[in-house]
Design a binder for this molecule. Structure first.
Ligand SMILES: Cc1cc2nc3c(=O)[nH]c(=O)nc-3n(C[C@H](O)[C@H](O)[C@H](O)COP(=O)(O)OP(=O)(O)OC[C@H]3O[C@@H](n4cnc5c(N)ncnc54)[C@H](O)[C@@H]3O)c2cc1C
Length: 563
């Protein structure tokens, strides 16, 4: 266990990495491969050696999502405008970051997502440029060949169609019946259809970035220190050069010097740290009482996220999994057809079971869900600071009318799919999930949920009771156009894919925060490498892309010799 005293005793630190999340773990691993460099990784949440990984993180039913020890406490966000109510927002705070608590969906996005960045002043990130780093990261168990990697630390697994539940297969049948394709690979090219979901899963366990990259061998490297439960609150800057950081841990605060600091805090924390340190919109910072160091108005702007809307259903015996599976093992990629929104702009994530907080609850396999995800949003939000220097998040979701129309259509689509699964005998009543019930592992929870699960199969009255306890019956969702629009606006939620708040771009572009090699523009000794650097969201979750970015930037940092 590394202590703050150990770090302070170091005579020099070459690279200090702030945040041990998806990208941070990759950087810690790759930079410490060079034995002559001294690397310190600072993580504000708990850290652990791979052999002591908490069971809830390893568990592929995604229990870790509900563990407050692995999340930033008190974080909230305005889903719509800043006048909309702030709702609690989940953001990881643990070694492995999002990859330790997420749904394990491991997609790359589509080639044109990256090629588009060329038009935004970003060089070296076209599909051709990023593919080698995806291949370096991945060990894709399903596909050899030039599109996939087979020797990297990050294992990807796909379930076969024969392993899908009746509910999942019924959705595939609807897609096929409407002329849609059945795809083998969502990490291939620009194709649409029903497909197995690539998952970061190995040997029946979640494979987080921590487990994949900060292995027992990496942990033992004498030139790497991993410091947990310690937050970097501020950067120390002299003459437009970062010279170190201010650290806070439960025993107090201190400063540490480093030759180069790499921010990997994620799309919420990285811009917040820059702003607290005086890097951001000067006028805004002055109003908050922070002395500006450099005017970079792009910091915290350009916040993007995928809007989602969900419809759950109680599954029949024929519709459900009879063995444990991760919540989502298949999906549909499709085009909304909306003007100017390109192709493959939508996804339906098919959940054959749902994550629940308790370790042992048969309820999780009794519920299925369909989540429509708007994969190519045009609305933009912002991260700013509150008076205590904590992040204030406004997603501004659906502000762009194109987004509103497409999520509305996404809702109509999942409603239709859900009705088909009921007609096929795979599901009972549909409902909009609001809560998942008991949250503690007690004998009472186990007994009550087992009894309820058994009763659900035989009693429509029990099913109605259960639905009223945890959600909104589908019959209460308006169908009339005006009322439905309003309802969809209220029930659309942000995914956990914030990105874009320290975006890459040309140094002459005042909205850019880092250049195409992830160096903060106008400040030396400082890079940002995490989901905040992406100029636009890819049509995918952000985990595998953050890992790819970690691989790419680690190679460039070593090439440049930034320390
Ligand atoms: C609940 C949930 C479900 C998700 N599901 C999926 C999914 O299925 N598929 C997918 O592709 N993506 C998913 N994501 C998103 C994906 O996991 C994240 O986008 C990805 O992990 C981001 O990586 P990152 O490197 O940008 O930062 P993160 O992984 O968020 O890591 C940042 C780390 O930095 C630490 N940190 C922050 N600030 C400081 C500081 N000042 N000092 C010290 N440490 C600091 C944090 O504690 C955190 O551990 C999900 C995310 C969540 C939260």
């Amino acid at each position: 266990v590394t202590t703050l005293a150990d770090v302070r005793a170091l005579t020099s630190i070459d690279y200090l990495i702030v945040g041990g999340g998806s990208a941070g773990c990759v950087l810690a691993c790759r930079l410490s491969e060079r034995a002559d460099l001294r690397i310190v990784l600072v993580e504000s949440g708990p850290t652990f050696s791979p052999e002591n990984e908490p069971a809830a993180i390893a568990d592929f039913t995604v229990r870790s999502f509900y563990n407050p020890d692995f999340m930033w406490s008190g974080l909230s966000a305005h889903s719509r405008t800043s006048d909309s109510p702030a709702i609690p927002y989940a953001h990881a705070r643990v070694l492995g970051g999002g990859s330790s608590v997420n749904g394990m969906l491991a997609q790359r996005g589509l080639p044109s997502d990256y090629d588009e960045w060329l038009t935004m002043g970003v060089t070296g990130w076209s599909w051709r440029d990023v593919l080698p780093f995806y291949r370096k990261a991945e060990n894709d168990r399903s596909f050899p060949g030039p599109l996939h990697g087979n020797a990297g630390p990050f294992t990807l697994h796909r379930y076969k169609r024969t392993e899908f539940s009746g509910f999942e297969r019924a959705i595939g049948d609807v897609v096929a019946g409407e002329g849609g394709a059945e795809l083998a690979d969502l990490n291939g090219l620009e194709e649409e259809g029903f497909a197995p979901m690539p998952l970061n899963l190995a040997n029946g366990r979640r494979l987080s970035a921590a487990r994949a990259y900060v292995t027992p061998g990496v942990m033992k490297r004498p030139n790497l220190m991993v410091l947990g439960h310690t937050e970097v609150r501020r950067l120390l800057i002299e003459n437009l050069r970062v010279i170190g950081v201010e650290l806070h841990d439960p025993s107090g605060q201190t400063t540490v010097r480093a030759k180069h600091v790499i921010l990997c805090g994620g799309a919420i924390a990285s811009p917040a740290l820059l702003m607290r340190s005086g890097i951001g919109d000067s006028a805004g910072l002055s109003r908050l009482g922070v002395a500006p160091v450099i005017d970079r108005p792009g910091v915290g702007r350009n916040l993007q996220n995928h809007p989602t809307i969900m419809l759950a259903t109680l599954l029949s015996r024929a519709g459900r999994h009879h063995e444990q599976r991760p919540p989502c093992v298949s999906a549909i990629r499709y085009s909304s057809g909306a003007d100017g929104c390109g192709s493959a702009d939508m996804m339906v994530s098919i959940m054959g079971s749902v994550p629940v907080p308790t370790e042992w609850s048969p309820i999780r396999t009794r519920i299925g869900a369909l989540m429509a995800i708007l994969h190519k949003p045009y609305s933009r939000g912002q991260v700013t600071l509150d008076e205590k220097g904590e992040p204030l998040i406004t997603f501004n979701m659906l502000a762009d009318q194109r987004d509103y129309e497409r999520i509305l259509n996404g809702w109509r689509y999942i409603r239709r799919l859900s009705a088909s699964t009921r007609a096929a005998g795979m599901a009972h009543e549909a409902f909009v999930p609001l809560t998942l019930g008991p949250t503690t592992d007690t004998l009472r929870t186990a007994i009550v949920s087992t009894a309820a699960s058994i009763a659900l199969d035989s009693s429509a009255i029990m099913r109605r009771k259960m639905i009223r306890a945890i959600g909104l019956p589908i019959s209460q969702v308006p169908e009339e156009e005006v009322a439905l629009r309003e309802w969809v606006g209220m029930f659309t939620s942000p995914a956990n894919h914030p990105a874009g708040t320290c975006r890459m771009g040309n140094p002459s572009d005042s909205a850019a925060v880092v250049d195409s090699r992830c160096r903060v523009i106008g400040i030396s000794g400082l890079s940002v490498v995490d989901a905040s650097i992406f100029p636009t969201l890819m049509r995918a979750g952000t985990n595998l892309p953050a890992i790819m970015a970690g691989e790419k930037c680690a190679a460039e940092i070593l090439e440049d010799g930034r320390a």
